[in-house]
Design a binder for this molecule. Structure first.
Ligand code: DGI
Ligand code: FE
Ligand code: FE
Length: 190
């Protein structure tokens, strides 16, 4: 699924720093896929391309989205941090030729999460946060939890992100809330 030219294009599109982060997310996604018996190939391509929408030097992401025919929801439109995941899914499909819906969704929801995430979506979401280049308070706990219990790790990550958003007076996307509620309901019913 990964072609040689993906690496070159990705590096040019998103810049070296983001590119190196993407390689680490790819490796971490592969590790998690092995740990949880998920497709290694899908984890690799979704991990590699998850930030392919973070176009370097592009100032008008809304225009780029409209050129791709993407209709953004109101909450995404006003949060520049959220646009790159939706745009990334479109770029992965149209420019990298990815057809696998599961992979495209893992890219699309890697920032907010969503209700009833697939295993691959969870893997990429978590790999993005725990790749070896990340250093924030609590990341070691997340790294440990990721190998023990993916859902608990996800709840913990969502808690962290939501606390951060509240502390910084940021708008919370409804999908992040739904992702957390869904996991909490599911894990208390087990
Ligand atoms: O692209 P990365 O930096 O690798 O990581 P990411 O795609 O997870 O983006 C992280 C940023 O997105 C981080 O600053 C928190 C922000 N974010 C996550 N969920 C939400 C959000 N921002 C808003 N406004 N609302 C959300 O629900
Ligand atoms: Fe991202
Ligand atoms: Fe990322």
């Amino acid at each position: 699924m990964i072609k040689d030219w993906f690496y070159k294009k990705l590096k040019e599109d998103i810049g070296i720093k983001r590119y190196e982060h993407s390689l680490r997310v790819m490796e971490t996604s592969i590790e998690l896929a092995k740990r949880y018996n998920s497709s290694i190939e899908k984890a690799a391509v979704a991990g590699l391309l998850h930030d392919c929408g973070k176009l370097k030097g592009e100032t008008n992401l809304l225009k780029v989205c409209s050129d791709f025919g993407i209709i953004l929801d109101g909450m995404t439109k006003i949060n520049s941090e959220l646009i790159h995941s939706v745009l990334g899914a479109a770029i992965a499909e149209k420019e990298y030729g990815i057809k696998d819906e599961e992979v495209l969704k893992a890219i699309k929801y890697h920032t907010t999460g969503r209700e009833n995430m697939s295993l691959l979506e969870k893997i990429v979401y978590i790999a993005d946060l725990i790749e070896p280049g990340r250093s924030f308070e609590g990341v070691d706990k997340l790294r440990k939890l990721a190998l023990e219990d993916l859902d608990r790790c996800l709840i913990y990550s969502l808690d962290n992100t939501l606390k951060f958003l509240i502390e910084n007076k940021k708008i919370i996307h409804i999908d992040s809330i739904k992702a957390r509620n869904y996991l909490l309901i599911q894990t208390t019913m087990e």
